[in-house]
Design a protein around this ligand. Sequence first.
Ligand code: 5GP
Length: 194
Amino acid sequence: MTGSLFVISGPSGVGKASVLKVLLTKCSDLFYSISMTTRAPRQTPQGTVEENGVDYFFVSRSEFERMAAQSEFLEWAEFNGNCYGTPRVYVEELLKAGKSVVLEVETKGAGQVRAQMPEAKLIFLVPPSMEELQDRLRGRNTENEAEIAMRYAIAKEEMETAVLYDYQVVNDVVEKAADQIKDIIDVVTLSKSS
Ligand code: 5GP
């Protein structure tokens, strides 16, 4: 039996990385697919710098374009001037081996996954309010004002796609949101194996 694929999206600043981090500690048999990006590594809210092969695989635009041309991405999209993509082989091999995999992608990429793998479960992480989202974007101190404004504008557009997802989870408290996503994953994987 093939494994299950879960996709998590949500506007910039909603806390996807924090929720995923907690989720992965709760689901020891869930594999996270590290994305590729042409964006430069940035400071984390903890004050360290993102690491290659941990947070992302950081590649040049020419390398990214070569991979895209050779269909090496399961999905990819441009977001705020940079490219982001999910390397296909890693995900496909894990699924074939019966493992569950989680991706964190923006909304256009989620649509591409749905088109190719209709059985994938799409989860949208929602902020408690748009004011709170703006506060979180500012509070993480990882982008300048112009970047924050761009990300907030994209966030408003992304929020309109939330209804297309199978599940919406409000990220009010990280631990609670991670628990809710774990419940979704448990139900989906259990119903598949019974
Ligand atoms: P950030 O620059 O904040 O790390 O990411 C910007 C956006 O790109 C976020 O919405 C994030 O979920 C999304 N993203 C990260 N990895 C991927 C990926 O592999 N594919 C796509 N389509 N989006 C991604």
